[in-house]
Design a protein around this ligand. Structure first.
Ligand code: ADP
Length: 407
């Protein structure tokens, strides 16, 4: 079955086409036959389109397109035309899966998109103002371009929707509970995929494992996964809570915000920019949100870069400790996403805090192309580095839903 996956960001759009065997998967991901992206961050009113097929043929163009639906139409053209062509016609696509950032309280599993689901995504725009509108535009563009092809929405919040009340409730006034001001958590598709992949790699039943998953990319979050269920996580009402990130602060004393409003007249928009775009690795180092550049500067003796990395690791370890307490034990730590998959310095320094649990890393830590176990043979806790495969997980969810609808 040919399954198209769309992953819409605020100013970008990534897409993949999978050709999947409708028989049950053994949980090992397969590569897409085509992938493409749209990026509007280079110049006003211009989109950079890049497409690549499995054979490594690449198409790149700068197009005068500001509209997302038009951009998606141009993107899909590369599936059926030119050097990246992999389909005869767009009607060969059997289903389309979307990563949708916010599913609120109601969506705990992937769903087939209908008018009610679209209305729900629209009603949650105030909680995810830069993402849910882009997700909705993606769904509507596919309706226009591919007619009544089945579409599936998989929500980044869904995996965390089973958290216990004490974990998702903020200790503000009770009115917050009624207003839906609570911890939702994000990166759920990634946390769920890597937790399942960890159990598969270890040949264990996920039902008997306590897994701490660390998604460390530009956005960073942890999840405590007990028996396959997300029981705690660091991101909250918004993706700003929890760990220090590329350009987001993560948790800070809320009194700082009140201070800045009172003493320096900050507006809501200014605070939003400060905490989302000018904080984290970028804010503290004064250099970049990119961990590679910050650690390079640290190695050259840059004191601010060193402080940024020290705070990143300190906060990571501290929040990891919190997740271990929520789990009541620890069998597996998983590192994933850009920093988590690549940065041995972060593996080492984060794990140093857990040697008292019998966690020990191998002496020789190097990046590998494949998913790997970096714990020493005698470690009491396994430590896995897993390449996150959110698009593949969405394609699998589409396949499973279509199968159950047809049955
Ligand atoms: P996003 O959250 O935008 O999907 P990524 O998962 O791509 O982000 O992660 C981006 C982060 O990963 C950046 O801080 C980047 O420096 C870091 N990163 C990516 N590749 C490497 C690498 N090879 N070595 C170290 N850090 C890396």
């Amino acid at each position: 079955m040919k399954i198209l996956v769309l992953n819409a960001g605020s100013s970008s759009h990534k897409s993949c086409l999978f050709d999947l065997n409708p028989g049950a998967s053994d949980g090992t991901p397969t590569a897409p036959v085509w992938r493409a992206s749209l990026d509007w961050t280079h110049a006003e009113g211009v989109v950079e389109l890049t497409a690549e097929n499995q054979a490594g043929e690449v198409y790149q163009a700068s197009l005068p397109i500001a509209d997302r639906a038009e951009g998606i139409a141009a993107l899909l053209k590369t599936l059926v035309e030119g050097r990246t062509q992999v389909l005869e016609t767009l009607s060969d696509i059997d289903a389309v899966g979307h990563r949708v950032v916010h599913g609120g309280r109601d969506y705990q599993t992937p769903v087939v998109v209908d008018a009610g689901v679209k209305a729900a995504i629209r009603s949650l725009i105030s909680l995810a103002p830069s993402h849910n509108p882009a997700n909705l535009q993606g769904i509507e563009a596919i309706e226009q371009l591919l007619g009544d092809v089945p579409q599936v929405a998989m929500f980044d919040t869904a995996f965390h929707a089973a958290m216990p009340e004490a974990a998702f409730t903020y200790p503000g006034p009770y009115a917050w509970v009624e207003q839906g001001i609570r911890r939702y958590g994000f990166h759920g598709i990634s946390h769920q995929y890597v937790a399942q992949r960890a159990a598969q790699m270890l040949g264990r039943d996920i039902a008997e494992l306590k897994i701490l998953t660390c998604h460390l990319g530009n956005g960073c979050s942890l999840a405590a996964v007990k028996g396959g269920i997300g029981i705690d996580t660091t991101m909250g009402f918004t993706p700003m809570d929890g760990l220090m990130m590329g350009s987001r602060s993560g948790s800070v004393d809320p009194g700082i915000l009140i201070y800045l409003m009172r003493q320096e007249g900050y507006s809501a928009d200014q605070l939003d920019t400060l905490l989302n775009k000018d904080s984290g690795l970028k804010g503290l180092s004064g250099l970049s949100n990119d961990m590679r550049l910050v650690t390079e500067a640290m190695a050259q003796g840059n004191a601010q870069a060193k402080l940024a990395v020290d705070v990143f690791v300190h906060r990571l370890r501290r929040e990891m400790g919190g997740m271990v307490a929520s789990l009541g034990g620890l069998d597996v730590v998983v590192f994933t996403a850009g920093i988590g998959e690549n940065k041995s310095l972060v593996w080492q320094r984060a794990c140093e805090g857990f040697e008292f649990l019998g966690l020990r890393l191998k002496a020789d830590l190097s990046r590998a192309k494949d998913d790997q176990d970096i714990a020493a043979a005698d470690s009491a806790v396994r430590v896995l580095v897993i390449h996150t495969q959110e698009e593949w997980a969405i394609a699998q969810a589409c396949l499973a839903l279509l199968r159950s609808h047809r049955a």
